[in-house]
Design a protein around this ligand. Structure first.
Ligand SMILES: C[S@@+](CC[C@H](N)C(=O)[O-])C[C@H]1O[C@@H](n2cnc3c(N)ncnc32)[C@H](O)[C@@H]1O
Length: 362
């Protein structure tokens, strides 16, 4: 196992991730029709009947957010070819909760396999433990590969940020440069592996959390969980001060995500224009569904705090576990975060910013 995989296996979502991954679900739903019309609809089959398609879900977590994508892709492909067989490869880190994924695949497929079989689509799934920082599938094996809200995970928890859970701003220039260098290296490694796993003519679709920038000042304007990450950082530092988290563990910890700017993606694709043809590259802001619900409904602050906290626990708990292995301590930490949501709900992120990439492998 390479250094990359062993270090990256710090993430992996916990059981029940998708119950609270509403923002992620919305980000996917917002981009799905563009992906279908510009990538899946234009997919070229090599033959006119009895086709076999390898569809890849990279960073699958518990799979639930991917099922509408798989079903929509399958029915669109099927309009062009009779007797279609699809194998879906769900790829995630070896540390992910594959029991959860396996249960969900079984349940969901039971329900939509019946619909698909009426349309003469034969669909089967496999689970692949692997990392996009390593070779995760045989070369030239994937026809369509999609990755939703996953490609921002860093390859390693490099302890180069003094605030440790801050992906981008409020850090000194040296730290920022080191983090941006890792971001560029990670992007290059992941996209090269994606390229090599795709067949020529294969399609790639990604939805990735990113950041926007004020063009005149260069200031970072928006990224996922901006305020939340700040509060998490402050709270963890208090635990270090109290001696609950050792200075050594803290020094070796960083929340391993890059929220890149659109220009980082553009740069990579233009420098590697013999590898992919870019079909689309755009960014969109989207409301925080938890805050929206709170504002539009009865302003029930406890309900907001509970739901928002669950959404953050769903993706961060596995990572926080490295610092707080004890469940009681983690509960205290998350309780502190919840208190902040109750006290100042309006302070928390009004929206998120996602980047959508569609490309054809050359
Ligand atoms: C926020 S979840 C997204 C899950 C799902 N695709 C969605 O959109 O809801 C990110 C997933 O990416 C996985 N992941 C992180 N780094 C990875 C890597 N290097 N290779 C493969 N998967 C990775 C995590 O384990 C996690 O399951």
């Amino acid at each position: 196992m390479s250094e990359h995989t062993s270090k990256a296996s710090i993430s992996g979502m916990r059981e029940g991730y998708s119950d609270y991954a509403v923002s992620q679900h919305n980000a996917i739903a917002n981009g799905l029709e563009t992906a279908v019309s510009q990538l899946v609809d234009t997919f070229q089959f090599k033959q006119t009947s009895d086709a076999y398609i390898n569809l890849v879900d990279l960073g699958a977590a518990d799979g639930v957010n991917s099922f509408p994508v798989i079903k929509r892709f399958a029915t669109t492909l099927n309009k062009k070819i009779s007797s279609l067989s699809i194998q879906v490869s769900h790829v995630d880190l070896p540390s992910a909760d594959f029991n959860d994924l396996s249960r969900n695949i079984f349940q969901h497929e039971q329900s939509y396999r019946q619909t698909l079989s009426k349309e003469n689509i034969n669909l089967h799934s496999v689970i692949v433990p692997g990392s996009f920082y390593d070779c995760f599938l045989p070369e030239n094996s994937a026809d369509i590969l999609f990755s939703t809200t996953s490609l921002h995970y860093a390859s390693k928890p490099a302890a180069i940020l003094s605030k440790h859970v801050h992906p981008l701003c409020a850090v000194g220039n040296e730290e920022k440069t080191a983090w941006e260098e890792l971001s560029a290296t990670d992007l290059n490694t992941a996209l090269k592996h994606i390229h090599s796993s795709l067949k020529p003519g294969g399609k790639f679709w990604a939805v990735v959390p990113g950041h926007s920038r004020d063009d005149s000042t260069g200031e970072i304007k928006n990224y996922w969980y901006r305020e939340v990450l700040d509060v998490m950082s402050q709270q963890l530092l208090q635990l270090v001060d109290k001696g609950i988290v050792s200075q050594e563990s803290w020094n070796n910890f960083v929340l391993p995500v890059h929220q890149r700017h659109m220009s980082h993606w553009q740069k990579w694709f233009s420098e590697n224009d013999s590898m992919f043809q870019v079909d689309f590259l755009y960014a969109e802001e989207q409301d925080n569904p938890y805050l929206q619900k709170f504002t539009n409904s009865h302003q029930d602050v406890n309900l907001f705090a509970d739901e928002y906290l669950s959404s953050i626990r769903a993706w961060s708990e596995q990572i926080i576990m490295q610092l707080l292995p004890d469940i009681e301590q983690r509960n205290l930490f998350f309780e502190g975060l919840r208190n902040q949501f109750v006290q100042t709900p309006d302070r928390f992120d009004k929206d998120t910013y996602s980047i959508y990439i569609g490309a054809t492998r050359l």
